[in-house]
Design a binder for this molecule. Structure first.
Ligand code: C2E
Ligand code: MG
Ligand code: MG
Ligand code: MG
Length: 277
């Protein structure tokens, strides 16, 4: 399948159904069916070392193909899954696919980590993270093989509660990354108290690197991360000009279509074990 789970995705607003409020219910019901039918797929996108292009991490991204809607964007269905509580089951299915993949890659000599996105409800359900720890143990993996990606708005807005959860997860070995950093309007003073090892510079800054203001913002985030001994990842890198600019600005890791799009497991393995890089 050479299909791309993003470019052809349909967003909620674009779903061509004129029935207004019924539409949300309709898409919700379809999502319930997809989750219970185990039809949500885990796709993988490489995160590479800025210096030599080596793949260090695979970010796991949920993909849903519906017979009527086509590819539905996670930006549409993750919030629905989150608000209905389906996210816990969806997330479980995603890592049931992803963990064995990681084990297989390691058996073939590639010592990657997995980056797993965690929504608000997942972060605050102790049962959910216990379940992940259990699945890791069953797979012969450890929390230290996993980077949990939490958006800035979740990690740093409700700091007191999030901080406690994140410290707990960090204590048992998970690496914590702040996703979409720079968009959450958080108090920077909180950041250094969080057990965070990685900042992912939001795609919006990467888009605006050619503008002086955009570049200054990205550079400020990189300096901040370095001062706090955090690793920086730039996502949404679509061309070599952007990649080399980010390298010269001192970004540690790069992710984006320029290196590889999110891919189903088989394609990702062809990429990872192929001649391509
Ligand atoms: P995110 O974690 O910030 O993921 C990065 C997004 O950037 C992904 O969108 C990815 O496909 C996209 N991307 C990567 N490289 C490029 C590029 O070069 N150009 C452009 N324009 N985009 C690029 P995606 O897959 O649509 O996911 C959207 C969001 O949905 C994710 O943002 C994440 O917050 C959430 N999400 C995805 N899968 C899961 C999941 O399994 N669980 C949870 N809780 N959230 C998920
Ligand atoms: Mg992410
Ligand atoms: Mg992000
Ligand atoms: Mg994002």
């Amino acid at each position: 399948a050479k299909t791309q789970g993003r470019n052809q995705t349909c967003f909620f607003g674009e779903v061509s159904d004129k029935s207004g409020g019924k539409r949300e219910l309709y898409i919700q019901n379809k999502l319930v069916e997809a989750v219970s039918g185990r039809r949500i797929q885990a796709w993988f996108q490489p995160i590479v070392n800025a210096d030599d292009g080596e793949c260090l991490v695979a970010e796991v991204l949920a993909r849903w193909h519906d017979a009527d809607f086509g590819w539905v964007s996670p930006a549409t269905f993750i919030p629905i899954a989150e608000s209905t509580g389906m996210i816990n089951e969806l997330g479980h299915q995603i890592w049931l696919q992803a963990l064995p993949a990681l084990v297989a890659w390691r058996e073939r000599g590639r010592n990657l980590r997995l980056a797993i996105n965690i929504s608000k409800r997942q972060l605050f359900s102790p049962r959910v993270t216990e379940q992940l720890v259990g699945e890791l143990a069953l797979a012969g993996l450890a929390p230290s093989d996993i980077v949990l990606e939490i958006t800035e708005s979740i990690a740093l807005l409700d700091v007191a509660n999030a901080s406690e959860r994140l410290h707990g997860l960090h204590r048992i070995g998970f690496h914590i990354a702040i996703d979409d950093f720079g968009t959450g309007y958080s108090a920077l003073s909180q950041l250094h108290e969080m057990p965070v090892s990685e900042l992912k510079i939001d795609i919006s800054f990467v888009r605006r690197l050619h503008e002086p203001a955009g570049q200054s913002m990205a550079q400020a985030i990189i300096h901040l991360a370095k001062a706090l001994a955090m690793t920086t990842v730039a996502e949404g890198v679509e061309d070599e000009v952007t990649a080399s600019k980010l390298r010269s600005m001192g970004v540690d890791r790069l992710q984006g279509d320029h290196f590889a799009k999110p891919m189903p497991r088989g394609e990702f393995e062809n990429w990872l074990f192929g001649e391509r890089h």
